[in-house]
Design a protein around this ligand. Structure first.
Ligand code: TRP
Length: 379
């Protein structure tokens, strides 16, 4: 059964329908509007939605992932929404030559998901690596016929990733992975994609590919939905060096699996400023504001109140407060993670069940795709 499209208020009619992939501010505003409408509708109508989101398995996850995306996924899952989580293992190869430790990284990421509360035992949460879903990957072929090289070349997120990785030669998967990502989303007819703002250009492309496929190969009902982004309300968590986003590769992250002592040590090294009076001023004091926000996320208290409480205790007191709050908050998650890590067969079973369901979805979609394209040859 096709899933109905999500409600789409404020539809952006300024889209020329041409090959513009750099995302205009009108498109961006429209995406924010639709995201808010879905958040409002989700609790009442979870059955309208099918979530697909995922990560590259480049290492285990950190508290930026937890507060920025994992908690959202768990919340949506717990509202009763069917949730597919793709571990984008092929995508690892966009900016490096070999997927070193990929199997270990996949296992670590699954442990992080499960510890954070994603629950495949509920029968509607599925976790799978896309390398194990052949028909998903096959969608790439028709999708590639709907994009031009200049369009791929203009993608701002791809450009930024090329810059950040300092690549000398850039492989073609780097340019085409946003199309692959559309296959990740559309193979199961995902209509809601919880992502950060950096992924919006990819989502715009996914919407275009769905639209172009449905237009060029019309069928009743249309083969693909046009999925919407679901944006997190949590502001980006900065790394402990301040200034930039928390990221394992920048070495400024607190991993979910870190011990309480490691966490304390990392927080001692966090960058702050020399003003002893702690105040919540995100614009002028981003590092201090980031730490206050992390206390707030761990305790539920507003950051301003935490700042007042610390007063002129300086960054030493702020860090001590955060260490305590974060370690307390993460303790149950870490304990659950340690338990699950002792049971590799369970983790393997989670993936096996995810792969099985993903293949069933992908087979059914590729059959509809071939039929729409007229590639049906049995008599
Ligand atoms: N590109 C995403 C990232 O780097 C990971 C990803 C792959 C993804 N496929 C996806 C995210 C599909 C959402 C939907 O974080």
């Amino acid at each position: 059964m096709p899933l109905p499209s999500a409600p789409q208020p404020d539809r952006d009619t300024s889209d020329p329908g041409g090959d513009e992939t750099t995302i205009s501010s009108g498109t961006f505003q429209a995406a924010i509007g639709r995201s808010a409408a879905i958040w409002a509708d989700l609790p009442a109508n979870p059955q309208r939605y099918r979530v697909l989101t995922g990560d590259r398995p480049t290492g285990s996850l950190h508290i930026g992932h937890l507060f920025g995306s994992l908690q959202n996924r768990v919340k949506i899952q717990n509202l009763g929404v069917t949730t597919f989580i793709v571990i984008a293992d092929y995508q690892v190869l966009t900016d490096r030559e070999t997927a070193d430790n990929v199997a270990a990284n996949v296992r670590e990421i699954v442990l992080d998901y499960l510890a954070a509360g994603l629950d495949p035992d509920n029968g509607r949460t599925f976790i799978f690596p896309h390398s194990h879903v052949p028909a998903l990957n096959q969608l790439l072929l028709p999708f590639l016929t709907f994009v031009s090289l200049p369009e791929l070349d203009r993608n701002p997120t791809v450009k930024e990733e090329i810059r950040a990785a300092g690549l000398r030669t850039i492989n073609a998967l780097m340019y085409t992975y946003p199309v692959h990502q559309a296959a990740d989303i559309l193979f199961c007819k995902g209509n809601v994609v919880p992502v950060g703002k950096d992924q919006l250009p990819h989502l715009e492309l996914t919407r275009k590919l769905a639209r172009r496929f449905n237009e060029r190969f019309p069928s009743q009902p249309a083969v693909f939905p046009e999925p919407d982004a679901l944006l997190s309300e949590t502001p980006v968590i900065l790394g402990l060096d301040g200034g930039q986003k928390m990221s394992k590769s920048r070495g400024n992250a607190i991993l979910l699996k870190a011990s309480a002592d490691e966490t304390a040590k990392l927080l001692k090294s966090a960058k702050t400023d020399s003003n002893r009076l702690i105040t919540y001023e995100p614009e002028s004091r981003p590092e201090v504001a980031n730490l206050l926000r992390l206390v707030s996320l761990s305790t539920g208290q507003p950051p301003e109140a935490i700042a007042t409480e610390i007063g002129d205790g300086g960054s030493g007191k702020l860090k001590a407060r955060l260490t305590e709050a974060l370690n307390t908050y993460l303790a149950p998650l870490r304990a659950r993670r340690a338990e699950l890590a002792k049971d590799p067969a369970y983790v393997a079973g989670v993936l096996r069940r995810g792969i099985e369901r993903a293949n069933a979805e992908a087979e059914s979609t590729i059959t509809a795709v071939r039929r729409a394209m007229g590639m049906v040859y049995e008599t």
